[in-house]
Design a protein around this ligand. Structure first.
Ligand SMILES: Cc1cc2nc3c(=O)[nH]c(=O)nc-3n(C[C@H](O)[C@H](O)[C@H](O)COP(=O)(O)O)c2cc1C
Length: 188
């Protein structure tokens, strides 16, 4: 698969095959790939926690806000929840560009997952207190959570669509609109 196809396929999924575990080596490989990402001054300050145990997944799940635009949906039902999470940590002491580094590293993780047939969703709407209780990292903050699992839904990218809000159709297919190239390019 070429990179453009991989990027198109790498959508945010929110329903997973909860009972199908992701092998530990695959999760660790995603973090290995994140370690290859560019970062400001090559400081490599980010750290990662892998959450797979059922108990810890339940705790983390209870603090997540899913799909803000789908106002009549509270999130995946039991059996469709993520089978793993990766928590992205950054040092507590403030430094410039941390957020950019988090975004790039997280992109490497979700692209790497997608290449292995694993679906993901980056999450900022999570309970940091709960996450800290299961993935304590003294001296680090939790910047982002990435939900992972084998997909249990269809997500389609809608090209050249000037909408912002994603939607789910009557068949449960999730549609994600993306702006046209003409809109994106200001010059050139
Ligand atoms: C930084 C960031 C934070 C996000 N936080 C959440 C979140 O808390 N809950 C959620 O359901 N989706 C979250 N998403 C997923 C976005 O809703 C999703 O990227 C967007 O709808 C576009 O869909 P796509 O990823 O398939 O292109 C987040 C995505 C990013 C990049």
């Amino acid at each position: 698969m070429n990179f453009s196809d991989l990027a198109e396929k790498t959508r945010s999924y929110r329903r997973f095959q909860e009972g199908r575990a992701i092998p530990s080596e695959k999760l660790r490989e995603m973090i290995n790939v994140a370690g290859f990402a560019p970062c400001a001054s090559n400081l490599q300050r980010l750290r990662f926690s892998i959450i797979t145990s059922e108990k810890e997944r339940q705790v983390l799940f209870s603090g997540i806000g899913w799909a803000g635009y789908l106002t009549d949906w509270i999130g995946p039902e039991p059996g469709k929840r993520p089978s793993a999470y990766i928590v992205v940590h950054a040092p507590e002491e403030e430094k410039s560009f941390t957020g950019i580094d988090v975004g790039i590293a997280s992109s490497y993780i979700v692209l790497s997952a997608s290449g292995a047939g694993i679906a993901s969703c980056m999450l900022l709407n999570f309970d940091r207190g709960l996450t800290d209780s299961i993935a304590p990292a003294p001296g680090y903050r939790q910047e982002l959570v990435i939900a992972l699992g084998y997909p249990a839904e269809t997500v389609l990218l809608e090209k050249n669509n000037e909408e912002i809000r994603y939607w789910r159709d009557e068949n449960g297919v999730h549609h994600v609109p993306k702006l046209s190239l003409e809109t994106l390019v200001l010059k050139g």
